[in-house]
Write a protein that binds this ligand. Structure first.
Ligand code: SF4
Length: 606
């Protein structure tokens, strides 16, 4: 069947060396196998970024790719993906973001955008339908993301223009600097530093085109925004901060660098407290009826009166991970990270780690330039963000990420909560054993999303004991495959169940948009993508040893709360990992077998 809608059919390739660009046809065979977004971006990465290319080399590329639903009338159709080699992990990175950029890129006539080369001086890219210009950005260099966004928005004169930009942290090569995208982010893994290494400060896109639909009349009957909102009511009411209280009650909310998993100050930072004391309005991404973003206003301090919409993970990383329960300080730290352009999860995780080193005497006050880097201190968190973003004193080392810190601070590795150099997120796997596999086997290092967020299934399905290993290998595989195909569609994961996209997908909406038939194909596509990503990772040197968890998770029992006494020992985890590799039909070393690759039509990708 031929493509009738959803996709535009073109990729825009820009070379910053000589400021040239051209459009390329998007091969339909590629869409059948890899669907769009993360899948197509991974395939291009496989073809074009060799294992020996280093993250900040000119030869690294930024591959942005939307999905067939991005920019359509389907609720939550805001998402698009980025693939590149990560400065934080040194390996393949996939990252996803919302914002207006993905939809606008499609309206301009492109499903994806590939940036290659390096400009000789700071530039920004302007895409206005088929007019593409590389503009001088000398005056934007050094500016914070908020300022850049404001300047370019005014200059463009189009309120719906999509804008992505990097901040001073990326210019300073901070390993976990992000790309800000219309208030959202390509957060994890340091894509911001890759963009800045190309002397590319920002990209602006403005599109006037319309998307085609295979069957618009039937699609309109199927899409019921009110029902989508109703299905996501608690998130619509409280945002993702709704998880803070429940994860803490379950005893797996990491505190002070995962030294415990129950936070005594939780009532000051949970969703109810946020709503009562700081909330000002709801905000929605492109075409989303849920509007789960909760805009909060700062009450005191340097940023008094400013607003920011904090996520659950951010509140944890800049709060409990550092022992801080002052919500105004958490909002300030969130704002500071956004303005400098740093991933809040990695930043908070690394500051919590540095606080533990400080309390153990492995970092001194001389190293911090006089800053008392103690747990529970808002000033310490804000001061550490400044040190990292500006690469001053100990911030110079912390800015390199865990891989860089390990080389500089002997003995510090045992306190690092990371896998493959990617810091953990806001869940302690000693409270949910499935999350151990999630962090261990995620395609981009310890990530709760790409790796397969298992807490819902471990808790609510009734099929699993959260403190047992049985069945977790198959479970995590299934969640990872589901997430992989979802990351190709171009819709937000919050709304996906209400639209039929689960581990037993109903692809009706996708079929009505594209005119293709994805019945019984989506889970296989997800599995194909996960295997392709693993082939990329093994090509880059990743093996079983790299899927291991940090010593704290394997050796130290949780000291209190509902998960008290639990630990995921190496012996236990090895059993879990074996079950997972078997479910995937990978070798004992974690390498996809030829049989498996052939079954997934990946026989040619070695
Ligand atoms: S559910 Fe929330 S995060 Fe997802 S698209 Fe809607 S507003 Fe954005």
């Amino acid at each position: 069947m031929e493509v009738k809608g959803g996709y535009v059919g073109n990729l825009l390739r820009v070379n910053l060396n000589d400021k040239t660009y051209h459009a390329e046809h998007l091969d339909e065979a590629l869409l059948n196998l890899f669907l769009g977004g993360r899948g197509v971006a991974a395939k291009i990465y496989f073809e074009e970024i060799a294992p020996e290319v280093r993250p900040l080399d000119e030869a690294n590329k930024l591959i942005f790719m939307s999905g067939p639903l991005t920019g359509t009338i389907v609720p939550g159709s805001t998402k698009f993906q980025c693939a590149t080699k990560s400065p934080e992990t040194g390996i393949y990175l996939c990252s996803n973001s919302g914002g207006d950029f993905g939809p606008q890129l499609k309206f301009a006539g492109y499903d994806g955008l590939i940036i290659e080369g390096r400009a000789s001086k700071p530039v920004y890219l302007s895409i206005n339908d088929d007019k593409v210009k590389v503009e001088d950005a000398t005056k934007l260099w050094g500016k914070t993301t908020g300022k850049v966004y404001k300047i370019l928005k005014e200059k463009t004169g189009y309120s719906q223009a999509g804008i992505m930009c990097v901040g001073p942290a990326a210019e300073g090569k901070v390993a976990f600097s992000c790309i800000k995208v219309d208030g959202r982010s390509f957060g994890r893994g340091g894509a911001g530093a890759v963009m800045a290494s190309k002397n590319l400060k920002a990209i602006v896109v403005k599109g006037q085109g319309r998307l085609n639909y295979a069957n618009l009349a039937e699609l309109k009957k199927r899409i019921k925004p009110r029902e989508v909102r109703k299905a996501c009511q608690s998130l619509a009411d409280y945002g993702r901060a709704i998880y803070t209280e429940s994860i803490n009650e379950l005893g797996c909310y990491p505190v002070r660098n995962f030294q415990t998993a129950v936070f005594s100050g939780v009532d000051k930072i949970d969703a109810r407290s946020m709503k009562e004391n700081f909330f000002v309005k709801n905000q929605a991404c492109f075409k989303c009826p849920v509007a789960c973003l909760k805009v909060c206003r700062l009450k005191t301090g340097r940023f008094e009166g400013w607003t920011v919409a904090p996520e659950y993970e951010t509140i944890w990383a800049l709060g409990a991970q550092c022992g801080v329960s002052d919500f105004n300080a958490i909002l300030s730290a969130n704002l500071l990270c956004d303005e400098y352009g740093m991933d809040t999860i990695s930043t908070g995780n690394i500051i919590g780690f540095a606080m533990e080193l400080y309390e153990r005497g492995m970092i001194t006050r001389e190293d911090t330039g006089g800053l008392k880097l103690s747990f529970g201190s808002p000033e310490a968190v804000l001061g550490a963000i400044e040190l990292i973003a500006n690469r001053k004193k100990v911030g110079e080392v912390l800015a390199r990420g865990f891989r860089g810190i390990a080389a500089e601070v002997p003995g510090s590795e045992r306190y690092m909560m990371q896998v493959k150099g990617m810091p953990f997120a806001a869940y302690d796997p000693r409270g949910f054993y499935g999350m151990g596999l999630t962090y261990g086997t995620s395609s981009r290092g310890a990530c709760h999303n790409v790796g397969g967020w298992s807490i819902r299934a471990e808790l609510l399905s009734g099929d699993y004991d959260r403190f047992a290993l049985k069945g977790k290998g198959k479970l995590i595989k299934s969640i990872q495959d589901t997430r992989a195909y979802l990351d190709c569609l171009g819709i937000c994961t919050v709304v996906r169940r209400a639209l039929g996209f689960s581990d037993k997908p109903d692809p009706t909406i996708l079929n009505l948009v594209t005119g293709l038939d994805f019945t019984d194909k989506l889970m296989e596509i997800g599995e194909r993508i996960y295997n392709l990503e693993r082939v990329i990772l093994t090509r880059e040197g990743i093996r079983r040893k790299d899927d291991m968890l940090p010593p704290r998770i394997m050796k130290e029992k949780l000291p209190e709360g509902p998960a008290k006494g639990h630990v995921l020992t190496k012996e236990m985890y090895e059993v879990e990992l074996d079950e997972y590799y078997e479910a995937r039909r990978w070798s004992k070393e974690g390498i996809p077998t030829q049989d498996k690759l052939e079954a997934l039509s990946l026989q040619d990708i070695r």
